[in-house]
Design a protein around this ligand. Structure first.
Ligand code: FAD
Ligand code: NAP
Length: 559
């Protein structure tokens, strides 16, 4: 039932025999186990099972979903969190003529940044990130264009303020579009912070402090995550996070990016693309959890394009040398392997060290929803149901699931269809494709090489790989043998493709199509039987012939 319990093994406890005697005196139970719930003695195995089956165990546990609440409820469904998952669930539920309310509230960052409806993706995630990545790619295209005959004579300069204004205007239009869509679908939207205050009941607090109470038959928690801080002197005062960078009103200048995963490397990539001096401080490895061969190639490419890496160091203090937009900061960092400390001066320090789930100030304990105390994540069943039956959860706050917008959206839609449309389709969290939008994009689907080896054994996998040179890059004569394609096949299952990895331009676009093929059970033979499209990057996957095991050359040899 996913309920934390304390187990005392009498035969493994020092004074087990003494305790056994005391227990049988206290409980008059002749046998073990003896189960207690909230200090009440329930009995042995049989009694516990019976209590579970007739619901009295749940009552004892105060699992509020099973308690009666004097209806009628104000809403069929109240969704806390109007981000990717919450909005998708709201719109899908409204289709079934259900009464739905969405609560969305953005707590400002320590720097005071706030934004509108739509959650992380639209305001401070995927959308502004991809637009800034595009701005950086255009800078590269401008350089390439000279070799293609364009007379771009003057030294081109990037205008941060102009780009940011354009990006923010686009986001503003999306925020407005979401509000209109909710209104059209008759979903009630309240810009207020939601907290459970009792069974089937939430309190909302708006930015003026005005409180209201609503009831609902069911609730969906989709509150997402917010950037983590280091907990060192000066971090909240002087550092920014991804929640601030996309609307920063001034060019960040010389920037230290702390962290080495998606957010850190993507931000470092586009900032360097604007010509800024960028350093990435890495605690351990790049892109933990991803295929490490690909991660290493991304790092090498970024370094070759001027991004500096300080490896195995973490900041321990950030001080302001001079205020300004940007000002000047001194960062003291310590080695993770020795007592060595180093210092550096930057205009901006961007923390990208992971994100914390917004689950600790929701009143979840009031209604008995369990969270993982260490991570703040919510464990759910395959139906996205928490341990309290009338409360569901989706998106980034889920334990053990990938944190991506399309995953949150899919889970929200399918949940609504199951709750109100009679569907039984579950969200499939396996083989989710993803792309890291570093200057050289990395698309992947399925297992990393490390995970495939762990799962099937090295002797049972075949890795086919090749470098390739996008035709478009040959005229500017840049980055030859940097783009890389790799598939991992399960030998014992007809060489089924269990891992797909691509480092190259438009990796997201390419990977999306192959992800569909992987879902259909793509094999190496089927890839070989597929006729390529010439001349495009993705055709490399139809001609992969060199296995890693063979050690054969994979340097590209021309068209
Ligand atoms: P969110 O979208 O975070 O929405 C949660 C909402 O709930 C927020 O608006 C929050 O303010 C609100 N809220 C929280 N608590 C309360 C409360 N008590 N009451 C009311 N409202 C509350 N994913 C991709 O697929 N592709 C990408 O390219 C990509 N890029 C990213 C780049 C960055 C910099 C970041 C940070 C993330 C990126 N992601 C990307 C991840 C993606 O943004 C998330 O996976 C997605 O937004 C999760 O959706 P969600 O519904 O779980 O939460
Ligand atoms: P993350 O994947 O949790 O990575 C955190 C990074 O910070 C790791 O490199 C970690 O290093 C480092 N770190 C953690 N604590 C640190 C400390 N105290 N000092 C120094 N470094 C520290 O976090 P994220 O990059 O913020 O991404 C969050 C999620 O958002 C991702 O899982 C992803 O699903 C989503 N996202 C998706 C996209 C996309 O689809 N393109 C883009 C951005 C984000 P260690 O390896 O040493 O732990």
């Amino acid at each position: 039932m996913k309920i934390p319990y304390f187990l005392l093994e009498l035969d493994q406890t020092e004074d087990g025999r003494g305790l056994e005697g005391a227990l049988s005196e206290l409980t008059s139970e002749p046998d073990e186990p003896v189960v207690f719930v909230r200090r009440s003695q329930l009995g042995g195995y049989g009694a516990t099972l019976k209590a579970y089956q007739d619901g009295s165990l749940q009552k004892l546990l105060k699992m509020n979903g099973l308690e009666d609440f004097p209806g009628p409820y104000d809403y069929d469904l109240i969704i806390i969190g109007g981000g990717s998952g919450g909005l998708a669930a709201a719109k899908a539920t409204a289709k079934f003529n259900k009464k739905v309310m969405v609560l969305d509230y953005v707590t400002p960052t320590p720097q005071g940044t706030r934004w509108g409806l739509g959650g992380t993706c639209v305001n401070v995630g995927c959308i502004p990130k991809k637009l800034m990545h595009q701005a950086a790619l255009l800078g590269q295209a401008l350089k390439d264009s000279r070799d293609y005959g364009w007379n771009v004579n003057e030294k081109v300069k990037h205008d941060w303020e102009k780009m940011t204004e354009a990006v923010q205007n686009h986001i503003g239009s999306l925020n407005w579009g979401y509000r209109v869509a909710l209104r059209e679908k008759r979903v009630t939207y309240e810009n207020a912070y939601g907290q459970f205050i009792g069974p089937h009941r939430v309190k909302t607090t708006n930015n003026k402090g005005k409180e209201r109470i609503y009831t609902a038959e069911r609730f969906l928690v989709a509150t997402g995550e917010r950037p983590r801080y280091l907990g060192i002197p000066g971090d909240k005062e002087y550092c920014i996070s991804s929640d601030d960078i996309f609307s920063l009103p001034y060019c960040p200048g010389k920037t230290l990016v702390v962290g080495a995963s998606y957010v850190a490397l993507e931000c470092a990539g586009f900032l360097a693309g604007f010509g800024l001096d960028v350093t990435v401080m890495v605690r351990s490895i790049l892109l933990r959890g991803f295929d490490q061969e690909m991660a290493q190639k991304i790092g090498e490419h970024m370094e070759e394009h001027g991004i500096k890496f300080i490896k195995q160091f973490v900041p321990i203090k950030v001080e302001q040398i001079e205020a300004g937009t940007p000002g000047r900061l001194r960062v003291v960092a310590k080695s993770t392997r020795s007592d060595e400390t180093i210092e550096g001066e930057y205009n901006t320090v961007l923390l990208a060290i992971g994100r914390d789930s917004c689950t600790r100030n929701l009143g979840l304990e009031t209604v008995g929803v369990m969270i993982n105390e260490k991570t703040g994540k919510i464990p759910v069943t395959d139906e996205e149901q928490t341990n309290v039956p009338y409360i569901y959860a989706i998106g980034d706050i889920l334990e053990g699931k990938v944190e991506l917008t399309p995953v949150a959206i899919q889970a929200g839609r399918l949940l609504a269809q199951r709750l109100y449309g009679g569907s039984t389709v579950l969200c499939d969290y396996e083989n989710v494709p993803t792309t890291v939008f570093t200057p050289l994009e990395y698309g992947s689907c399925g297992l990393s090489e490390e995970k495939a080896i762990h799962k099937f054994g090295e002797e049972n996998i075949e890795v086919y790989h090749s470098y390739f040179w996008p035709l478009e890059w040959t005229i500017p004569s840049r980055d030859n043998n940097k783009c890389y394609a790799k598939i991992i096949c399960n030998i014992k299952d007809n060489e089924r493709v269990v891992g797909f990895h691509l480092l190259g331009p438009n990796a997201g676009e390419v990977t999306q199509g192959f992800a569909a093929a992987l879902k259909c059970g793509l094999t190496k033979q089927q890839l070989d039987n597929t006729i390529g499209i010439h001349p495009v990057c993705a055709e490399v996957f139809t001609t992969l012939s060199v296995t890693k095991r063979s050690g054969g050359s994979i340097l590209q040899a021309g068209c």
